[in-house]
Design a protein around this ligand. Structure first.
Ligand code: SF4
Length: 315
């Protein structure tokens, strides 16, 4: 069966061997983060919809899971915000009812979690990984370029509400951009918010691959360590830096046939990850992962154009 919604499983440092489930079309998101590794958000929206028939997704899951493959997590993620899918609760229930041995993780920007029905829908997840990069509105706007109806204060309250309702694990990710959200004022505000959210773990992240905006640079070790020390001294919870682990993760193997297929296309015409995904029939997340690796190896160059990020094969 050819999968449209499943990708991987991939070896993820945070989640181990993880099967990705993509529930929304490419780049439907309530945020347009300047560091987004996919590309700019085409559809900035808060509207939850049944983008795809439920059965299309459950059929793929049933097919993949019927032989009981070894997985650490089944993870809702992808090139958009998974909670925009209005039937995510049905998918969660389907997996927990039909395949109860698997753990479920949800990667979310958290912006829709002010919706109490949505919070109820995701309660059976074993792990929720939301993001909070700023709690001052001006900084939230700079980093996350949110839908006009969203506020940083609203996002913090939504995450506090999640913690109150949900008794599984919450790992909160904070993406640091030096000079934007690493000042004493920003960190103090974040600390206060995180203290209220009470996640089980805080993960500090920074850029390790080209982001949506070219001006975003990776924060250096000194900046990340400063944030780590600041949070660790004030929050009574575990805090870690995940950016370093990502930077060290350069041993991904791009299968020769896939590399050859990508090279054959990019040598002839620069393409976006989306172009390659449709022409090669691979999920966008697989393509993005391979492109990042090939870029890291210096085999492809990257250029930003109006339609997105274009990759070219270096001759
Ligand atoms: S990083 Fe996540 S939340 Fe931000 S724009 Fe990209 S998909 Fe949306």
């Amino acid at each position: 069966m050819k999968y449209k919604h499943l990708f991987g499983p991939v070896q993820s440092r945070r989640l181990g061997f993880s099967l990705g489930v993509d529930l929304v079309p490419f780049k439907y998101c309530p945020l347009n983060c300047v560091y987004c590794e996919v590309q700019s958000t085409d559809h900035l929206t808060l509207e939850r919809r049944e983008f795809f028939p439920l059965q299309e997704i459950t059929d793929e899951l049933a097919d993949f899971l019927k032989d009981q493959p070894q997985l650490d997590y089944i993870t809702f993620s992808g090139a958009g915000e998974p909670t925009l899918y209005s039937r995510i609760g049905d998918i969660v229930r389907f997996i927990k009812d039909e395949f109860p041995g698997y753990k479920l993780a949800l990667l979310t920007n958290g912006t829709l979690l002010n919706n109490s029905s949505l919070r109820q829908e995701i309660l059976p997840c074993d792990l929720i990984l939301p993001s909070l990069d700023a709690c001052r509105q001006q900084t939230f706007k700079i980093i996350n370029q949110p839908h006009p109806e969203l506020t940083a204060a609203g996002l913090v309250e939504a995450l506090v509400a999640l913690r109150n309702d949900y008794h599984g694990l919450i790992w909160l990710e904070v993406f640091i951009i030096a000079g934007i959200n690493d000042s004493e004022e920003e960190l103090a505000c974040l600390c206060e918010a995180i203290g209220r959210i009470r996640p089980d773990l805080v993960q500090i992240n920074s850029l390790d691959r080209p982001g949506a905006e070219a001006w975003v640079q990776a924060a250096g070790d000194s900046v990340l360590n400063k944030v780590l020390d600041y949070f660790s001294a004030r929050l009574g919870m575990p805090v870690e830096i995940i950016a370093k682990a990502h930077q060290a993760n350069t041993d991904l193997h791009v299968p020769e046939d896939i590399e050859a297929a990508i090279a054959a296309t990019l040598k002839r015409r620069p393409s976006t990850a989306e172009d390659l995904s449709s022409s090669l029939g691979l999920h966008i997340n697989e393509i993005s992962k391979f492109l990042r690796q090939l870029h890291g190896e210096g085999k492809v160059s990257v250029r930003r154009e109006h339609r997105g990020i274009f990759y070219s094969w270096k001759q």
